[in-house]
Design a protein around this ligand. Sequence first.
Ligand code: SF4
Ligand code: SF4
Length: 356
Amino acid sequence: MAKKLAPRDQGVPDHTTQLHPVMLRNYGKWDYHERLRPGVLHYVSESGESLYSVRAGSPRTLSPERVEKICEIADRFCDGFLRFTTRSNVEFSVDDEAKLEPLIEAITKELGFPIGGTGPSVSNVAHTQGWLHCNLPGTDAAGAVKALMDDLIEEFENERMPHRVKLATSCCQINCGRHADIGIVVQHHHPPRINHDKMMICELPKVVAICPAAAVRPVVVNGNPSVEVVEEKCMYCGACHGQCPSMEIRDANTDTLSIWVGGKGANTRGGPSLMKLAVWGLPNNPPRWPEVSAAVRTILQAYKEGAKDWERVGEWIERIGWQRFFEKTGFPFTRYHIEDGPNAMWTYNRSSQVRI
Ligand code: SF4
Ligand code: SF4
């Protein structure tokens, strides 16, 4: 008898099971779309069928009750279909124009979510898990994002930027928030502090191998195996702390926040690009991180005033030059802005098919 194999469950799940039936019927056959207002799009297919989508900004961290409410609204108006975008927006779709206004009213009044995030607006902010789940965070990405979005909500609800601005926040330098037009990333400023008494041998091989700068090496301390860090090689990335809690890199007194600009994941025009450092040394200042919001606003203002229509932040900076970017924003240019890994752009993986 042939042995039964377990079903294959790796790879990307079949997304077509989650598409609204009108979307599925007309997949790849759309004639045009129009933006009825920020956050509301009307798609018309070659067959003449219509679909309306409403994009709502979620607060990203959702309680089960809130998820249940979202599903109930999707059942009531959208035949049970909805989707989350990569930046944590909830997108509802209806095939009947008469349902549009009641749906918008339910989203804004019952859920309290703003509508927007389409066209040349500021997107909802992609952020990393932070204290909710990860063992590495030097700050609370979710909290910093909440404060930032409170500040920028009008830019989410209106389409008055030169092009879409995507934001991301990461609570350590591993940057799983990924590259964005404007990215906020924690920076550490010294090597990890090793607690030799608590060093567990279990992760020792991994912790040596994980260091991208080959700065961690085995050593015997007081007769016990442990590790040491060659400080001249360490670039304070914190990857070792992810493997070993006994290598603590977080420091409430010295950790700061930095802002990076010009990242892009799309293949459009110049292709994907990595973010570059704009500002560093901003205080890690909960609960509202006002210095971060002020710096992001400064960048947005300069971009709004200087960019041509449909120019992304990175494309605008490449056109005017980095010197003028620093002149226009007023941020100081320091030696830390100089790229000292000249081949990095060509050796890093820059495909839009993987997270860069
Ligand atoms: S950015 Fe770093 S600390 Fe934050 S969730 Fe990702 S790996 Fe964890
Ligand atoms: S912080 Fe990064 S560079 Fe420094 S020892 Fe740890 S893994 Fe290596």
